[in-house]
Ligand binder design. Structure first.
Ligand SMILES: Cc1ncc(C[n+]2csc(CCOP(=O)(O)OP(=O)(O)O)c2C)c(N)n1
Length: 676
């Protein structure tokens, strides 16, 4: 794609543009792009243009020609509906991939300028935002990643800030409380939040629905706070300067702004939030802002000033590159790629050793315990692995004795007590992954994947390697009862694109699933693990990662199959037992382990057919049937849950809900009889 970037004129002095003129370039581009697309949100970019101009021309450390510079400051537009603010900034500061044609193609198919910023669509977009509050949660993770890596690499290599722009909407969302509270607790001094305090959201003035004192709220969570006129560039600059000097607390700067600033009749109203201003209003805004230029035209002197702002840090970038060149090659690549070739081979060796040990020991173990044992092998060989749990550390088995803790203001460890903040944890993990250099994993109960789901969805959409350790994965958790027993969560998670939902059946599969999760560079993973002990089924020491195929034949029938039994997780053992019972009655059953549907789906059809066979099938899983029809096929049967669980010891529940080897064998006999 061609760049329209003009050369800076060296021999003829170009008059320097004022900050107001530079901000007006953002305003004009936002209203023009929204008008042309006939949809979008001009109000926020017009209101925050002055603040953004101060940030991008005086503070933000970035280089448009090196957008992946690991030590760049991060800018997160949490209020993602204001995407034109970001696109205008990327164009104005000279990101080669963001030319004026992209702005003209705002919201059109195939453009780099979708309705909301999408990670990967254009360099300079640090994260996908739009679901309000998520960006703030990501920014917490990014600011945390910066401190963790600063401890490892030193100030020469990792020394940057994370700026996050939020609106009233982000701060009304519940996730904001978790993010604010976590950031304040951890003393993330490199996090600076700019609040577009415009008192307007979609329904109208914010006093329709909220009367929080945001300054007091942040202060109560250990934040440094300031309040400024968001249209006073000097006041904004001073506030950012002050915020940067506060190192032991994150900072909030509430910037009082007028939404749709410059629009003659609509400024300050919800009418500018999410609709084109209209030709007349735009004409009036051009007059008010003294912007006599055509749509999408930015006069040379203003564009030149912006481009100069984009070049400010080139020398800093060069100096950084020199410093980074002193690192050895693996350390340098680990800064951005925590699972480089060297770490990959160490993971493979560690997993292989774990599998051999498990098959030799032959112990009955809960898969959450197996997972902890696998982590004991992984922690020493994957320095970028940063674990945690939402206050269920002991239950999730996410901590090993090899970890040390990340504490407020102390970032030398590898384990985070996220507190009871599942949503905040998941959003922060996205930020940790997006920052680069870190592979985050975090635990909670599978049933509370619902509390993480909006962030899991963004991990999947953005293709981030985030590992969700979700234990207590069925009625098998027993006495805690139906509030804690997942039933529909597996189906719901399997419905999500680009997410590997893995439910290992024993310790060997558990090790294999960890390997898959760590090596899946662009796919997040769910590890659904049992609370209760499960027997070892994979007794042979196989070098191959069988789970990587998604499903495989665990036990082949002795002769032509009468039936194929499909199982996952703790229920695979029931399928094995049922196959034994059927054999006693002269019926030949194959048992297929299906730890990960998504990976199985990706296998060649011939392999899938070979595994599933042509005999009728019975599937067993202590969860909802939803989705299983695809694998069971016509004439098959499902043994599992058909409603919520109950509070009782696990073995009583399995009997009560009819999820037993006898039930599987009996269903198998039925389907065989029906076929005859
Ligand atoms: C989780 C979520 N809920 C709802 C929306 C729809 N939505 C987009 S913007 C918005 C209002 C945001 O208000 P504010 O942050 O004050 O933005 P401003 O009006 O200042 O642009 C809403 C409800 C969304 N994007 N995300």
């Amino acid at each position: 794609m061609s760049s329209t970037r003009p050369a800076l004129i060296q021999d003829q002095p170009v008059p320097e543009a004022s900050p107001f003129e530079m901000a007006n370039a953002i305003r004009a581009l936002a209203m023009d792009a929204v008008q042309r697309a006939d949809s979008g949100h001009p109000g926020m970019p017009m209101g925050m243009a002055d603040v953004a101009t101060v940030l991008f021309t005086r503070f933000l450390k970035f280089d448009p020609n090196h957008p992946k510079w690991p030590d760049r400051d991060r800018f997160v537009l949490s209020a993602g509906h204001g995407s034109m603010l970001l696109y205008a900034l990327l164009y104005l500061t000279g990101y080669p991939d963001m030319d004026i044609e992209q702005l003209k193609a705002f919201r059109q198919l195939g453009s780099r300028t979708p309705g909301h910023p999408e990670f990967g669509h254009a360099p300079g977009i640090e994260t996908t935002t739009g679901p309000l509050g998520q960006g703030l949660g990501n920014a917490v993770g990014m600011a945390l990643a910066e401190r963790i890596l600063n401890r490892r690499y030193g100030d020469d290599l990792v020394d940057h800030y994370t700026y996050c722009l939020v609106g009233d909407g982000c701060l009304m969302e519940g996730i904001s409380q978790e993010a604010i509270s976590l950031a304040g607790h951890l003393k993330l001094g490199r996090l600076i939040v700019l609040f577009d305090d415009n008192h307007i959201s979609i329904d109208g003035p914010t006093d329709l629905s909220v009367s929080d004192d945001q300054i007091e709220r942040f202060r109560a969570s250990n934040w440094h706070t300031a309040r400024v006129d968001g249209h006073d560039a000097e006041a904004v600059a001073l506030a950012i300067e002050n915020a940067k000097s506060v190192t032991d607390r994150p900072s909030l700067i509430a910037c009082r702004t007028v939404i749709g600033f410059g629009a003659p009749s609509k400024a300050g109203t919800a009418a500018t939030h999410g609709s084109p201003l209209g030709e007349e209003e735009i004409k009036g805004a051009r007059e008010r802002l003294n912007w006599p230029y055509a749509p999408f035209e930015v006069p040379e002197h203003i564009l030149a000033s912006w481009r100069e702002a984009g070049e400010r840090h080139h020398a800093t970038y060069e100096a950084w590159t020199k410093a980074a060149s002193r690192l050895d090659a693996p350390a340098r690549s680990a800064l951005t790629d925590p699972i480089n070739a060297e770490v990959t081979s160490r993971i493979e060796a560690a997993i292989s050793a774990a599998k051999s040990a498990f098959s030799q020991e032959g112990a009955k173990l809960a898969t959450r315990q197996s997972s902890q044992k696998v982590l004991e092998k992984l922690v020493p060989v994957v320095p970028g692995l940063v674990g945690g749990s939402a206050d269920l550390t002991g239950s999730n088995g996410t901590l090993t004795k090899l970890h040390s803790l990340i504490k407020p203001g102390e970032f030398g460890g590898t384990y985070i007590h996220y507190g009871v903040r599942e949503h905040g944890m998941a959003a922060a993990m996205n930020g940790l992954a997006l920052h680069g250099g870190i592979v985050p994993y975090g635990g909670t109960f599978l049933v509370f994947s619902d509390y993480c789901r909006p962030s899991i969805r963004l991990s999947a959409l953005m293709g981030q390697r985030v590992i969700y350790v979700m234990t207590h994965d069925s009625i098998g958790l027993g006495e805690d009862g139906p509030t804690h027993q997942p039933v529909e969560q597996l189906a719901a998670l399997r419905a999500m694109p680009n997410l590997n939902v893995m439910r290992p059946a024993d310790s060997v599969e558990c090790a294999e699933c960890w390997e898959i999760a760590l090596l899946a560079k662009s796919t997040p993973s769910i590890l659904a693990l049992t609370r209760q002990g499960v027997p070892l089924l994979r007794k042979a020491d196989s070098k191959e990662n069988l789970s990587a195929r998604g499903a495989y034949v665990l036990i082949e029938a002795a002769g032509k199959r009468d039936v194929t039994l499909l199982g996952t997780g703790s229920e695979l053992a029931l399928a094995v037992e049922a196959a034994g019972k059927l054999a006693e009655q002269g019926l030949k059953a194959a048992v297929v382990a299906m730890p990960c549907w998504e990976l199985f789906e990706a296998q060649p059809e011939a392999y899938r057919n070979e595994v599933l066979g042509s005999a009728p099938r019975v599937a067993v899983e202590a969860a909802s049937e939803f989705g299983w029809a695809k694998w069971i096929g016509a004439g098959g049967a499902f043994i599992g849950m058909h409603g919520f669980g109950a509070s009782a010891p696990a073995q009583d529940l399995y009997k009560h809900f009819g999820i037993t080897a006898e039930a599987v064998a009996s269903a198998a006999k039925d389907v065989i009889a029906r076929k005859k």
